[in-house]
Design a protein around this ligand. Structure first.
Ligand SMILES: [Zn+2]
Length: 111
């Protein structure tokens, strides 16, 4: 990858981090405890609890991704960035751009 491509990737990772952080904030607001005195009725309360666990699972994924994005951002200038941690071959550039948080090439990630 050229210097310019790396710089572009770096700003993309930063934008993804900002986006993830605001998504996480929104989702955390949605997973506030549901108070029993809420006058939403039993059925809608069950709906709310179901939605809550779906959101909580998504939230965990988001947080994991955010963590990996931060690592990617910290490593983007390092020698080994963009090298598959499994087979030590360069990760396809298209994949790096789509999923900069990944440290495996398409082949190894698919295994
Ligand atoms: Zn690989």
């Amino acid at each position: 990858m050229t210097r310019e491509e790396l710089q572009a990737l770096k700003s993309k990772i930063k934008a993804m981090i900002t986006k993830s952080e605001s998504d996480i904030k929104d989702m955390e607001a949605m997973t506030q405890p549901i108070s029993p005195e809420n006058a939403i009725g039993r059925i809608s309360r069950m709906d709310a609890i179901n939605n809550k666990s779906v959101i909580e699972a998504a939230l965990r994924n988001k947080k994991r991704k955010l963590y990996k994005l931060k690592i990617a951002l910290a490593n983007v200038d390092e020698e080994g960035f963009g090298i598959c941690s499994n087979c030590k071959k360069p990760i396809q550039q298209g994949r790096l751009i789509l999923m900069p948080e990944s440290n495996h090439c398409i082949r190894c990630a698919g295994r």
